[in-house]
Design a protein around this ligand. Structure first.
Ligand code: UDP
Length: 344
């Protein structure tokens, strides 16, 4: 069975992908510097799968340490690169940290692929690179818009680096997965998202508000050109998203790529407004949510949702879980975090 290096494997999406890979019998080497995740995530992964991934506490900015992982595991067949800084607001305040971390880690992995003869890489990209799209649903060939944050720019630059690098080498392949809005947690509530401080993202803010940690949810704008005035996104269950990574790895290992750099949108194909998310959450969890409409958040897009036909056809993958089920999983996870905190 192939051995897969998963950078950022103790993070939110990474940990769910590790569970899916182990579930398919693959061996996993997690590389993570624990800068935005906790080592206990490994216990959650083990408890779900009955298996333990290898774990290397390594910072990918450190070239020597990165190479060391490949020296120790010479039989790695492919890489899934999740590890990155991802907070839009923070990236505006600390742009150099974002460029250094997100670009250097990718560069070091690409160097290692050359030296240690690893042919395949799956990259975590984001729909943020489409900006405000001209046409909806947005397809993979939509033009990329100038990034509105250093974070978004790092994703664009990383895709450029990958594309250029693939042109310069023979026999290697990259798949870039452009995530829409990943939400929810594993149905077991053993792994999920662990936001540090006040969450920026909608669903963690909702679950924390329902749990009493926040007084109310601020709805960023109800004057958009959408049916109910609130902004529209494509919210995808994190387990569905994780499964797409297994498909992408399979495509690479089986040599099914049509070109050495391929891009896939990962979403549900359905646009959902902030008010709709609130209603679904209340219905799915029987919680009443306090909220207030406030002004628009700077840099926010009015509406974006994916055309998923390329991923459906080529990866043989489709998002399957419904919104209410997904919001229930987010709520179960929030309650699990709260009860763990009480025990500590
Ligand atoms: N949003 C909101 N209140 C919040 C957080 C987010 O109204 O406290 C809205 C935000 O304006 C956007 C949607 O929820 O329309 C999703 O925001 P998120 O930050 O989760 O994702 P992104 O903006 O990156 O798509």
């Amino acid at each position: 069975m192939p051995k897969i290096l998963v950078s950022g494997g103790t993070g939110y999406i990474g940990s769910h992908a590790v569970v899916e890979l182990l579930g398919k019998g693959m061996e996993v080497v997690i590389v993570d510097n624990l800068s935005n995740s906790e080592i206990e995530v490994l216990d959650g992964i083990k408890s779900i799968t009955g298996k333990s991934p290898h774990f290397e506490e390594v910072d990918l900015k450190d070239r020597k340490a990165t190479y060391g992982v490949f020296e120790k595991h010479p039989d790695i067949s492919a890489i899934i690169h999740f590890a990155a800084y991802k907070a839009v607001g923070e990236s505006v305040e600390k742009p150099l940290d974002y460029y250094e971390n997100n670009l250097l880690s990718l560069i070091h992995l690409l160097e290692a692929m050359k030296i240690y003869k690893v042919d395949h890489l799956v990259f975590s990209s984001s729909c943020t690179i489409y900006g405000e799209p001209d046409h909806l649903p947005v397809t993979e060939d939509a033009p990329l818009k100038k990034a509105t944050s250093p974070y978004g720019n790092t994703k664009q630059i990383c895709e450029d680096i990958l594309q250029d690098t693939m042109k310069s080498v023979e026999g290697k392949g990259v798949i870039s997965l452009r995530y829409f809005n990943p939400i929810g947690a594993h149905p077991s509530a053993k792994i999920g998202e662990l936001p540090l401080g006040v969450p920026n993202n909608l669903v963690p803010f909702i679950t924390q508000t329902a749990a009493g940690l926040r007084e109310y949810l601020s709805i960023f704008g109800d004057d958009y050109n959408t049916p109910d005035g609130s902004a529209i996104r494509d919210y995808i269950n994190v387990v569905d998203l994780a499964k797409a990574h297994v498909r992408a790895i399979g495509r690479l290992l089986e040599g099914k790529q049509k070109s050495s750099f391929e891009v896939f949108n990962l979403g549900t194909g359905r646009g959902v407004s902030v008010f709709e998310i609130i209603k679904s959450f209340e219905k799915a969890t029987n919680q009443k949510l306090n909220y207030k409409v406030v002004g628009r958040r700077e840099g926010d897009i009015e509406k974006v949702y994916a055309d998923t036909s390329f991923a459906n056809a080529e990866l043989g993958w489709k998002a399957e879980k419904g919104l209410e089920e997904t919001l229930q999983s987010a709520w179960r996870w929030e309650m699990k975090i709260r009860s763990n905190k009480m025990k500590k």
